[in-house]
Design a protein around this ligand. Structure first.
Ligand code: FES
Length: 67
């Protein structure tokens, strides 16, 4: 049985590059910003449709760190 958090980690946030939420979170924790994550994974380099979701997710991670 898979925990719910694992399912979220496997959720694709950028369909164009197939980048998962877990991958973005992992790179963010390694200190990469949105531009570096984009370069590394190809996120945001396709249709751009994921831009708002990813910006929002990174904002949540940043706020979570500050809390
Ligand atoms: S869904 Fe991310 S660039 Fe298209």
């Amino acid at each position: 049985m898979t925990a719910k958090s694992d399912n979220l980690d496997d959720e694709i946030m950028c369909e164009c590059s197939g980048t998962t939420r877990g991958k973005i979170q992992s790179l963010y924790k390694q200190g990469l910003d949105i531009d570096a994550i984009s370069s590394w994974t190809g996120t945001l380099s396709g249709c751009g449709g994921c831009e708002w979701d990813i910006a929002q997710f990174l904002k949540e991670l940043t706020e979570h760190e500050k809390a």
